[in-house]
Write a protein that binds this ligand. Structure first.
Ligand code: SF4
Length: 432
């Protein structure tokens, strides 16, 4: 752990504990595992940073890209209304690009509160270095912030492309403590950031973060293809494992909810399997996105500033050809246009889904498998065939396995587990 960086950061983020109200006491913990009701909106890929690992890096660089400009407030409200009334979502993650620079952000936050959609902003926190701005967000009704803290000091500045960025972020954390605004942290584990994992844990404990998410550097969206992923910037999982294990122990001891996303489960110490979320587990994290509404919001018309909106569509089915005697035919197949339900009769399909009464747990589990197996083409190692977790673990992302292979896999010599909640149901999660 780099003590110099930590001392520097502390001098900026430390807020006297005795001056803080008991904001964290407002929250309780639960081991209930229900399907999440949180939706997501992307307002447009306009941002005040240039993180090299961003899923939307091409759209952010290219001002002419259809998804670059922010959408109108009117369109954003329509999307939020659909999430609430059609999909039954009760919380929303508002993303940009960077949502704090969206011109009508305060009005959008108020609107979400009015319709029963508790708003979180996923932010780099740079704007929150202004105490005045933080106050405005609080007054507008923001539920909490999810701040992306990818290391401290120069490490952070390098990966996000802004000199002085970390200093601003530490000031933001100070402000959030001072104003009693709840926050959670995300940390994307690129190669530069891995050595900072324990520092991020310390920062989380000392600032009172409610939750910390450690996320694998994934090749989603614009990170696929030409953006230069290699051993230069992708860390191998074994190295991550060592740092993560120390960080999780410390965070658990401090009572901070800790989640690890998209890593093969054998990268967890057995005691930390409850903290590991692959695609089959994500739906049981109330701070993750509802696969049902996400299927709709992820489509281009819901992410661009064009006036068009798609009709709402249901969660994509996967390998459920028949249920309760109802046959789903093409709608259950993964593929080209059929995959997006453009070529099927939507009303007929919805009626079938309603009649078949497929349990939500099954629908969401299969959708999680679709994302891992078909969308991301996760790979298993030969040893996975004898692993007790092979039915609930995604394995290795195809991109990672093309760089490093899958030889780090280590089978769990335990009885075969077929319940995605088997381990995570032992984790205490924050509810509010
Ligand atoms: S299924 Fe494979 S990748 Fe997953 S925990 Fe087992 S050995 Fe590791």
């Amino acid at each position: 752990m780099n003590q110099d960086i930590l001392s520097w950061a502390r001098s900026l983020y430390m807020y006297p504990k005795e001056n803080r109200s008991e904001v964290n006491d407002l929250f309780s913990k639960t081991k209930d595992r229900d399907i999440t009701k949180r939706g997501v909106i992307w307002l447009g890929q306009t941002c005040n940073l240039r993180c090299f690992f961003c899923y939307f890096t091409d759209k952010i660089r290219d001002k002419d890209h259809p998804e670059h400009a922010f959408m109108s407030l009117e369109k954003a409200k329509k999307i939020c209304y659909t999430l609430r009334t059609v999909y039954g979502n009760t919380a929303i993650d508002i993303q940009g690009g960077e949502p704090t620079i969206y011109p009508e952000i305060f009005e959008l936050i108020k609107y979400c509160c009015d319709i029963g959609l508790e708003p979180t902003l996923i932010t780099n926190g740079i704007v929150l270095a202004s105490e005045d701005k933080c106050k405005k967000f609080k007054d507008a009704g923001v539920k909490d912030f999810l701040l992306s803290v990818h290391g401290l000091g120069k490490t952070y500045d390098k990966v996000v492309g802004l000199d002085g960025g970390s200093k601003k972020q530490m000031k933001a954390l100070y402000n959030l403590q001072k104003l009693d605004i709840p926050f959670r942290l995300n940390c994307t584990m690129t190669k530069d950031v891995v050595d900072e994992i324990e520092n991020v844990a310390t920062l989380s404990i000392e600032t009172g973060a409610l939750v910390v998410n450690f996320i694998a550097f994934n090749p989603f969206a614009d990170q696929q293809g030409e953006n230069g992923r290699s051993t230069e910037n992708v860390p191998n999982y074994s190295k991550i494992k060592n740092h993560l294990s120390i960080a999780i122990d410390r965070l658990e001891e401090a009572g901070i909810e800790t989640n690890v996303r998209y890593l093969p489960m054998c990268m967890a110490e057995k005691r930390h399997l409850k903290n590991f979320y692959n695609f089959q587990q994500l739906s049981y994290d109330p701070h993750e996105w509802d696969y049902n509404s996400w299927t709709w919001t992820t489509r281009v018309n819901q992410r661009s500033n064009s006036p068009d909106l798609d009709r709402p569509i249901p969660i994509l089915m996967y390998e459920i050809d028949e249920y309760n005697g109802i046959k789903f035919g093409d709608a259950a197949k993964h593929g080209n246009r059929v995959h997006y339900l453009l070529d099927i009769n939507l009303e007929e399909h919805l009626l079938k889904m309603f009649t078949a009464a497929i349990p939500k747990d099954l629908l969401y589990r299969q959708n999680g498998r679709l994302r891992a197996e078909k969308h991301c083409k996760y790979q298993y190692n030969d040893t996975c065939k004898v692993c007790g977790l092979r039915l609930i673990c995604d394995g290795f992302h195809s991109d990672y396995s093309s760089i490093f292979g899958t030889s780090e896999a280590k089978a769990f010599d335990i009885e075969l587990i077929d319940d995605p909640k088997y381990f995570i149901k032992e984790q205490e999660k924050i509810v509010y």
